[in-house]
Design a protein around this ligand. Structure first.
Ligand SMILES: C[S@@+](CC[C@H](N)C(=O)[O-])C[C@H]1O[C@@H](n2cnc3c(N)ncnc32)[C@H](O)[C@@H]1O
Length: 230
């Protein structure tokens, strides 16, 4: 498995180039807007990384306060947001565990592809860790606010968790113990060429994924993404 922490500390540009190819059909924004209209709302985001979700919601929101523990990832987010001309986004280094945000000050609190790392990084304690992070995000919500988590349900698969996936226990916990509604959104990658796909995918998903890509011989890579809300 890739050393994700090192990627987030040292390879933010490569990460951003990979995720820029994801969700080429732009299904995720439509899914978010169906859950919670984004116009004029205040958003808090943790694990914002290079700003993929931040940039999705910023054009509609009144304000976005976005956090990540990697200053390196946020540097890329800052330059992408500046290029977009976004003026309503504040970025800062912070941990999921303690967000520098007042209680009850947001309409939407979210994370994308960030909480799931606890499953691999903290195998015996991820349930308590994820629950604490969910509570911390929920703390920031006004009454009637919406909490949204976005997590992978599998790469190179056409159905959620096809063939098994390390984050399936997280999915079950979010749905059965924490009461999240959920849906699967296809966020397939589309690359300009097979060479580009191989170059972008390998460092993050590993050699086995590159082999699968070569075997498929296509420039698209299916991805199932779980969107959870309550
Ligand atoms: C897979 S990236 C997702 C980034 C972004 N949300 C996106 O959609 O591309 C995971 C991010 O979570 C951040 N992260 C992991 N654990 C964290 C923690 N405990 N507190 C804050 N950020 C964390 C990492 O630094 C990384 O930027």
């Amino acid at each position: 498995m890739a050393d994700y922490q090192r990627i987030y500390d040292e390879r933010a540009e490569a990460y951003d180039a990979l995720v820029a190819r994801e969700d080429h059909a732009q299904n995720l924004l439509a899914a978010l807007r169906a859950i919670r209209p984004l116009e004029g709302i205040d958003v808090v985001e943790t694990g914002a990384g290079t700003g993929r979700v931040t940039r999705m919601v910023a054009p509609f929101a009144r304000s976005v306060r976005a956090f990540d523990r990697s200053a390196h990832m946020l540097d890329v987010a800052r330059s992408r947001l500046a290029a977009d001309g976004a003026r309503n986004v504040a970025l800062a280094v912070a941990s999921h565990a303690s967000l520098p945000v007042d209680d009850a000050s947001a309409d939407l609190a979210l994370e994308g592809w960030a909480f799931g790392h606890a499953v691999g990084w903290n195998p015996s304690g991820w349930v308590a860790e994820v629950e604490a992070h969910v509570r911390e995000l929920a703390r920031t919500l006004r009454p009637g606010g919406t909490l949204v988590l976005i997590e992978t349900q599998g790469t190179s698969v056409e159905e959620p968790f096809a063939g098994g996936h390390a984050l399936e226990p997280l999915h079950r916990h979010l749905v059965t113990a924490l009461g999240f509604a959920h849906r699967c959104v296809r966020t397939d990658y589309a690359f300009a060429s097979l060479d580009e796909a191989v170059e972008r995918v390998g460092f993050f998903f590993g050699d086995a994924m590159v082999a699968r890509l070569r075997a498929r011989g296509t420039t698209t890579l299916p991805e199932c993404t779980g969107v959870y809300w309550r």
